[in-house]
Ligand binder design. Structure first.
Ligand SMILES: Nc1ncnc2c1ncn2[C@@H]1O[C@H](COP(=O)(O)OP(=O)(O)O)[C@@H](O)[C@H]1O
Ligand SMILES: Nc1ccn([C@@H]2O[C@H](COP(=O)(O)OP(=O)(O)O)[C@@H](O)[C@H]2O)c(=O)n1
Length: 213
């Protein structure tokens, strides 16, 4: 079973996807980490004339099996670098085969990101689009960063998330929109466990309707 989970920054798609992977015994890929790793690699060259070429080379040489410095990759700044390399078509293309291969492994997988239901796994068995209002998302990300010891300026974080969402939505290579066959799950008023239960209910019903589960 392939489960595609998309949604904007800090909507909770990663947490939910990990929970779904545990629940269904499937492997999970956080595709945002791939973009974060490439963004981190070229972070010192954002203004360079050859920024795009460097980002493409970094994507082509990314060893996705070794995304080990997750703590570093998850920082707020790295999210901004990630969204800057994510608008470069060949960067997305370079990482597509790995993601598609991960999804197609025997038994299936859970993938989360921005374009899973639209570009990477258009034939996924179930697609979820996770939403939460901007303030809730900012507060979740703020607490997540604070728990790791980062100092958080909530005003700046709110604007940074809005700006990143806007860049993602305008991404001409992105496919960052809710697939027509995706189930919308708004978690603004849900805690983590409630959101997971709601997602499992959606998936079980969708699979039962297909006669697959
Ligand atoms: N439904 C929820 N209610 C409250 N906090 C949540 C919820 N879902 C996720 N979180 C918390 O919000 C933060 C961001 O979640 P994460 O899954 O990393 O989001 P995303 O992958 O969409 O960026 C994490 O600290 C996570 O524990
Ligand atoms: N499938 C994906 C995943 C991430 N991304 C890009 O990578 C950035 C960071 O993604 P992420 O999922 O780690 O970010 P959060 O939603 O966790 O804040 C996003 O803002 C997108 O620009 C993408 O373009 N396509």
């Amino acid at each position: 079973m392939i489960i595609a989970v998309d949604g904007p920054a800090a909507s909770g798609k990663g947490t939910l996807s990990k929970g779904l992977a545990r629940h269904y015994g499937l492997p999970h890929l956080d595709t945002g980490l791939l973009y974060r790793a490439v963004g981190w690699t070229v972070r010192e060259h954002l203004e360079a004339a050859d920024f795009e070429a460097r980002a493409i080379a970094a994507a082509q040489n990314l060893d996705a099996a070794h995304l080990d410095d997750v703590e570093l990759l998850i920082s707020a700044r790295t999210g901004v670098f990630a969204s800057k390399v994510a608008v470069i078509g060949p960067v997305r293309e370079a990482m597509r085969a790995y993601q598609v291969g991960f999804a197609r492994q025997p038994g299936g997988a859970v993938l989360d990101g921005r374009d899973i239901g639209t570009v990477i796994c258009p034939d996924a068995d179930v697609k979820l689009f996770i939403q939460a209002d901007s303030k809730a998302r900012m507060e979740r990300r703020a607490r997540q960063l604070e728990a790791r010891g980062e100092n958080v300026d909530r005003y700046a974080l709110y604007h940074q998330i809005e700006e990143r969402d806007a860049r993602d939505m305008a991404n001409p290579h992105g496919g960052f929109y809710q697939a027509s066959d995706a189930h919308l799950l708004d978690t603004t008023l849900m805690g983590i466990e409630t959101a997971l239960r709601a997602a499992v209910a959606i998936i079980d019903e969708a699979m039962a309707r297909k006669g697959k589960h």
